[in-house]
Design a protein around this ligand. Structure first.
Ligand SMILES: [Zn+2]
Length: 142
């Protein structure tokens, strides 16, 4: 029985597709996730990743995320042992400059933030509920 391709192999195929939309989607599904197996796989194939995506026209935010991700892979940071963003679930603006709030939608009494960790490139959707005496934060990895 043929083995199913791993999550890393599937994503690498997305990066190697040559299709800008698919590459952009693969950036979203890969760079910020917490699956270390995927990042190890990408680190092992980083040369192919660079060659296949270097000349792909991507939206500027995806290009920045991908370049940051590749740079981290090349520096051998595929497996951040204990990034500050792991386990921190409070106010994103309070974690000493590691977390960047890249988007915010404010509703009555609560808001949604898109947060990126500069140390490991993970992304999170954070909900802030100010309807309590102390704001409540709910974090979801993207
Ligand atoms: Zn992090």
């Amino acid at each position: 029985m043929a083995r199913k391709p791993s999550a890393g192999a599937k994503r690498l195929r997305g990066f190697l597709s040559g299709d800008p939309l698919r590459v952009a989607r693969t950036v979203d599904r890969t760079c910020g996730i917490a699956d270390l197996e995927v990042h190890k796989y990408m680190a092992a194939h980083v040369d192919a990743l660079v060659a296949a995506t270097r000349n792909i026209a991507l939206p500027p935010d995806r290009r920045a995320t991908l370049d940051h991700y590749i740079e981290r892979l090349q520096r051998g940071h595929a497996t951040p042992p204990r990034c500050p963003c792991q386990g921190y679930r409070g106010d994103p603006s309070q974690l000493g400059g590691t977390l960047r709030i890249t988007g915010r939608v404010t509703h009555a009494g609560w808001s949604e933030m898109r947060v990126t960790c500069d140390a490991c490139a993970r992304s999170f959707q954070v909900t802030e509920d100010v309807g309590y005496h102390v704001p409540q934060y709910d974090w979801r990895a993207l």
